[in-house]
Design a protein around this ligand. Structure first.
Ligand SMILES: [Fe+2]
Length: 253
């Protein structure tokens, strides 16, 4: 049994959807897939995508990303928390789990998350340009810090039993030094919306050996303070330099 990871598949792009469609139905039947968010904002496409992966893998484990919670095409009374509940229902109906999963000597723990500005304060450009600020809707009194707190509170603070290896995963980044130094200063204005140090606290408390994240679309494998962090984003069709359009097995990545 192998453990694979993928994030940011963005199947709204027909090229990306074709890749999912053509992924082997035979090669991964004994394997587990971590899907670390950002599949699509479209519920029907989400059901199709999750169902396709579920049919090809023994088990698919999933947390939503920011794009999955966009409500810009929904009625005005739809909020992103309700969209979250809807997305989780679609996942459950597709046979995809967002719960802790144990196999052999490994425990895989999904961590729900958002960004809370612990990596920086958004400037006026970011406030104007960042699509989530228009495409997500939250109840009164909820800004990104409160949304993050809400999602982090859904995560377990301890494990049900010991495991030789603990793998956690989130859509958002648990630490800002996962952004590599080659990223130009102009792009660093995005830092505030990349993740939360609260995710890092949680994965450390759970004793993670390995953490899979998405969102940045900058593929990377790095070990920091004893934890190995892996981003394997599929990315947008034009992002061929920073994301890889393939599955990676975590055991031999
Ligand atoms: Fe994202």
């Amino acid at each position: 049994m192998r453990l694979f990871a993928l994030s940011d598949i963005h199947v709204d792009y027909p090229d990306n959807a074709r890749w999912v469609e053509h992924l082997s139905g035979a090669d991964y039947r004994d394997d587990i897939l971590i899907l670390a968010g950002d599949l699509t904002e479209d519920s029907r496409l989400l059901a199709w995508c999750l169902g396709s992966f579920a049919a090809k893998f023994r088990q698919v484990l999933f947390v939503p990303g920011n794009h999955d919670l966009w409500v810009r095409r929904d009625q005005a009374d739809m909020c992103s928390f309700r969209k979250f509940a809807q997305v989780m229902d679609v996942a459950a109906d597709s046979g995809v789990s967002a719960s802790l999963y144990s196999y052999e000597d490994t425990l895989v723990v999904p961590l729900f998350s958002w960004y809370d500005y612990s990596f920086g304060t958004p400037d006026s450009d970011l406030r104007m340009l960042w699509m989530d600020f228009r495409a997500c809707r939250w109840p009164d009194g909820f800004g990104p810090p409160q949304v993050t707190e809400h999602f982090l509170r859904m995560n377990p603070d301890s494990l049900p039993h010991a495991a030789k290896r603990v793998v956690t995963f989130s859509h958002f980044l648990p630490r800002i030094d996962l952004i590599p130094s080659f990223v130009p200063a102009a792009m660093r204005t995005l830092d505030p919306v990349l993740g939360s140090s609260g995710i890092e606290r949680q994965l450390r408390a759970l004793g993670a050996d390995l953490h899979v994240y998405g969102h940045s679309h900058i593929n990377r494998r790095v070990t920091l303070d004893g934890v190995t962090y892996i981003n394997n984003a599929f990315g947008y069709p034009q992002e061929t330099m920073i994301s890889a359009r393939r599955l990676i097995a975590l055991d031999d990545a």
